[in-house]
Design a protein. Structure first.
Length: 273
């Protein structure tokens, strides 16, 4: 017999390389470029005035007003306790949001049917669509000035963010472990606690720590509307044009944010090992 003339495909041959940019990707990039160009055109940004000698001179004079920072013992003591207040606002707001977000993520991930999923997702969309500053303004009317309003504002907005992230995490987890336990007679609650939650917990903790970093910055800004902490101090001293004192508060903000960022990054790396 003659050997078969049919060419066998090489099992080790690599498939053809995909196109670097597909048609859909090119369309999206072109749309983004057009949007950016339209934004520059519609805003009518005057770069010549922004970079003029007069603008640079007045900006330099304004920045010189912040030097040297006020390092008096009394002010440093006040800034220290204001920084602790800002830290407490962000930590407590994030913790409350993580707990409420997990509770809302269960129906939002479809575990209690389609109706509950749509209602939960709608609530999460509303919570995160309203910025922290708007939540703080509402809470200030209800609870008055102070860190309590800022904490509730952070918790409300962050619940919407973490709830959606937690729901997506639960949706993307492999169901095999939970299904195996359910098949062997384990209740739905115990199967979730012993199979699904341990798989998603590292990712959820990573999301929570990242939001804590963001909430440190947000807590400092919320103080500007009277929600306590470093932001309230900054607004007060800037309104009185006490620039050296304001510079000290700004430096404290930068140090606090840097410390929390470093701590959160270290914890996330430890959790994801």
């Amino acid at each position: 017999m003659k050997p078969s003339s049919i060419n066998q495909a090489d099992p080790l041959a690599l498939p053809p390389a995909p196109a670097l940019i597909s048609r859909n990707t090119a369309l999206v990039l072109l749309t983004l470029v057009l949007l950016v160009a339209a934004s520059f055109y519609s805003l009518q940004i005057d770069w010549r005035t922004l970079l003029s000698e007069e603008a640079i001179r007045t900006s330099a004079e304004f920045l010189r007003g912040f030097t040297p920072p006020d390092t008096s013992a009394g002010l440093v003591n006040k800034v220290f306790f204001a920084a602790l207040e800002t830290l407490a606002m962000s930590a407590l707001g994030t913790l409350i949001a993580a707990l409420l977000g997990l509770l809302m993520a269960l129906p939002a991930s479809g575990r209690f049917g389609g109706v509950a999923m749509r209602i939960a997702r709608l609530l999460l969309n509303i919570l995160r669509a309203i910025p922290e500053l708007v939540w703080a303004s509402i809470m200030l009317i209800a609870a008055g000035l102070g860190p309590f309003a800022g904490t509730v504002a952070l918790a409300a907005h962050t619940t919407g963010v973490l709830g959606r992230l937690f729901a997506e995490t639960l949706e993307n987890l492999p169901p095999h472990a939970e299904t195996s336990l359910r098949t062997n007679g384990v209740s739905a609650g115990n199967a979730f606690l012993y199979a699904t939650l341990p798989q998603g917990l590292p990712q959820m903790l990573s999301y929570t720590l990242y939001r804590w970093e963001n909430n440190i910055r947000a807590a400092a800004i919320l103080g500007v509307v009277g929600a306590g902490g470093l932001g309230q101090m900054l607004k007060y001293h800037l309104s009185l044009f006490q620039m050296p004192t304001a510079a000290t508060v700004i430096i404290a903000m930068l140090i606090l944010v840097a410390l929390v960022d470093a701590l959160s990054f270290a914890i996330r790396r430890w959790l994801m090992r």
